[in-house]
Design a protein. Sequence first.
Length: 206
Amino acid sequence: MGAVSAAIGWTMQKDALTRAGAEGGLEGDDWGVPPAASRAGGITRAIPVTDADGRVIGYIGVVTYQEQRGGVVIDLVYRSSVGNADDLNWVQTVETNRPIHRQPPHFIDNAGGGGTNYYESPALAAQIRGRGGYNARFWDDPGRTNLAGEAFPDVRWRAETSLVSMRNHNILTTLTWGFSTDVLGRTTAMPLLVAQPSAFQRAAVP
């Protein structure tokens, strides 16, 4: 499957989930779809990834992290500095006071995982690998809006996103990020931070 076909297939699956989740006037999504055939833009911030001995083994580049109506959009890339990392994927868990798609308030965000706990199916991760010289890419655009497309008020949405080795089942690094809306629906992005994974996040790694 080509890059465009893969993105279109991903988009169709997400659209079906979004329609199924429009309950009580609340719409939105948790699992993001990268634009078809898109390329990562310029890096605005580089986050070093270190091993257990503190040696830098690569960098996560922040391409985009910004607010949008009722949510945020985030685009990350990873480049290894210690050889060809050919088994990488992402695991994401989400905690929110406004779950959709009949999710619990704390859940594994694996709608695109192909039946696994990964954020991307292993097949999709393999397709993305190597594009633009990067070993992995992560893209998400969570949000909560009403049926008119207006930001839903009083939302708290926080993600833990880990870069993981599918071969060794270990976490290379974990980031926390997310957004909130106030009573008027004004959206604020949470800081994008490196953090220790929670017990829930560690248990989600396949």
